[in-house]
Design a protein. Structure first.
Length: 42
């Protein structure tokens, strides 16, 4: 069970890093928020 939690945690961290990189590259926050909503806010 712990391995599954670790895997999910790692995937969530990767997703967060992806959004941070896009923001750092100059993608506007409202656009990132829209993408987040469209992907399904898990």
């Amino acid at each position: 069970m712990n391995r599954m939690r670790e895997r999910v945690s790692a995937q969530l961290q990767q997703g967060k890093v992806g959004y941070i990189i896009l923001w750092a590259l100059g993608v506007p926050i409202p656009l990132l928020f829209l993408v987040f909503l469209l992907r399904g806010c898990d």
